[in-house]
Design a protein around this ligand. Sequence first.
Ligand code: ZN
Ligand code: ZN
Length: 312
Amino acid sequence: MSRPDVSSEGEPPLESTPASLDPADAFALIGNETRLAILEALWAADDRPVPFSALRREVGMRDSAQFNYHLQKLTGHFITKVDGASDEDGTGDDGYAFKHAGEKVVRSVIAGSFNEHPTFEPFAVEGSCFACNGALEARYDDERLTIVCTDCGEAHGEYSFPPGGLNDRTAEEIADAFDQRVRHLHCLAADGVCPECSGRMETEIVDEGECCLGVRVRVDHECAQCGHTLCSAAGLRLLDHSAVVSFHRERGVPLDERSYWTLPWCVSDEYTQVLERDPWRLEVRMPVDGDELRVTLDGDLSVLETSVQTAD
Ligand SMILES: [Zn+2]
Ligand SMILES: [Zn+2]
């Protein structure tokens, strides 16, 4: 059986995995156009592993030795060399595939975190201000998206939104993607998982000062590993709680089709009451057409009790 002869291109034998890198060395390794091009070519390939020669062609570098030099810098940390002969049937191709870190780098480039600084003009979004009934708009600055009242300036949520999320989306689709992202990030955080690094996320009820959202009684999440923080009104956690969903559905309000910022109990603390401080007990009120759902939460945001007050 003939196998592609790659050794003629100066490719060295398989190597064992080097020890882990410190972050500065890792950044130095990928701070090079050829190496980024290698990672991007690997990403764009239909099949992986990608043979040495195909990868070199894709990157468009004639000098095989020079290409190999850059390839070897990445190998072990960001990509791995796969020996096709060790496949189950022994017929696979030799070539290169991603390690987790390499895939993360390419994803970050695609998400635009490293190489883009996009902006867009503020655009109107659905709903009105819970404080003054003014019109709301979405603004984008420093890779954060904010929903703001155009009259009184009240914030209705401000969270990171990677620039890649702006590509190929209309204004309405951006607003929708932002809504989904905020819901999911807070869900993860409330479940104790950092959305940035998967570290342990601590949840704390706070009722002093004001956060970035201008909310006093609120929920703060902080990652014990990377220090990432998120804050919200207590109601945000309740968006997919079954009693909350059915109370609204029975009254013609499908919560999964409403942007969270159109629900005042998700963005304001006006509907949150502190019942007890030690241990924490909070009550969130959700009025709909004269009826009201009252949800009691503990300090971990677990629902202790729900009750419905009807209009008559
Ligand atoms: Zn307002
Ligand atoms: Zn973290």
